[in-house]
Design a protein around this ligand. Structure first.
Ligand code: CP
Ligand code: NVA
Length: 300
């Protein structure tokens, strides 16, 4: 099989994405039943983290262990990447030894460069542009709770950031309607909006965006790397909190998701994230199962 990368949800065909989501559900059942399944015995995943992580690191490392393989954690603090070794050289060297590389970094272009010079599959574990692994988990979670997401309405409230961009890509791939509500000046990438056509609409009115919605989603107001904008963003996003009042505008059986880490009292109220419509813990657990499906697809 030729080498495939997973830098964005658009790297998969629609059929491949749907198959992957079903496989994640299946692998979860197998794991919960205690079934040993080791399709990646002796395979190694290198994990490069330029940013902090709890879920991404634990899910990839655990997934590789459960599959009979191994994961190597690399941070710029202890590798030559942090001392200026070029990405191209790093990609050539690491890919000559391991079977796949997962990268969490700032610039999406750096990730693309790494993928270009890698001889093994490269997985995007989050860039400033997109967070596709999170969407595998989110979509699996929706399907498990409510069935197919096709034709449903999803509302993303908050920053037009990496999570928002991946929701836009998911809407394109899985045929749901996406309403994005964000303050002026914090809209998602214009090119991505254009590519999405009719399936995405942008507004600065969270109430209107939430009407008839089946799933409400948000993310932090200041992403990693934007810490110094925290105060300005708190002002800009003050009316964009998902709270009990806003949830009432969505359908009565609407779900709430958040990729985590969350800031209760900012983008979401404690009552919503810890309330009955929230599925954030299932969503987080699914990082493990959904990414195992991805690792199997790319590496087995
Ligand atoms: N949602 C997510 O990617 O979490 P981490 O930053 O903890 O990996
Ligand atoms: N938008 C957030 C997502 C964290 C998982 C960030 O980039 O920090």
């Amino acid at each position: 099989m030729t080498k495939r990368h997973f830098l964005s949800l658009m790297d998969l065909s629609r059929d491949e994405l749907k198959t992957l989501l079903s496989r994640g559900i299946e692998l979860k059942k197998m794991q919960h039943a205690g079934e040993i399944f080791e399709p990646l015995k002796n395979k190694v995943l290198a994990m490069i983290f330029d940013k902090s992580s709890t879920r991404t690191r634990v899910s990839f490392e655990t997934g590789m262990a459960q599959f009979g393989g191994h994961a190597v954690f690399l941070s710029p603090r202890d590798t030559q990447l942090g001392r200026g070794e070029p990405i191209e050289d790093t990609a050539r060297v690491i890919s000559s030894m391991v079977d796949a590389i997962m990268v969490r970094t700032f610039s999406h272009e750096s990730l693309e460069t790494l993928a270009e010079y890698s001889s093994v599959p490269v997985i995007n574990g989050l860039t400033d542009f997109v967070h596709p692994c999170q969407l595998l988990a989110d979509m699996q979670c929706y399907i498990e709770h409510r069935g197919s997401i096709e034709g449903r309405t999803v509302t993303y409230i908050g920053d037009g950031n990496n999570m928002c961009h991946s929701y836009i890509n998911a809407a394109r791939q899985l045929d749901f309607k996406l309403n994005v509500a964000c303050p002026k000046g914090y809209e998602p990438d214009a090119e991505l909006i254009k590519l999405a056509g009719d399936c995405v609409s942008i507004t600065d009115d969270p109430v209107a965006a939430s009407e008839n919605s089946d799933l409400l989603v948000t993310d932090v107001w200041a992403s990693m790397g934007q810490e110094e904008e925290q105060k300005i963003r708190e002002k800009a996003f003050a009316n964009f909190q998902i709270n009990e009042k806003l949830m009432k505008h969505a359908n009565s059986d609407a779900l709430f998701m958040h990729c985590l880490p969350a800031h209760r009292g900012e983008e979401v109220s404690a009552g919503v994230i810890d309330g009955p419509q929230s599925v954030v813990w299932d969503e987080a657990e699914n990082r493990l199962h959904a990414q195992k499906a991805l690792l199997e697809f790319l590496m087995a």
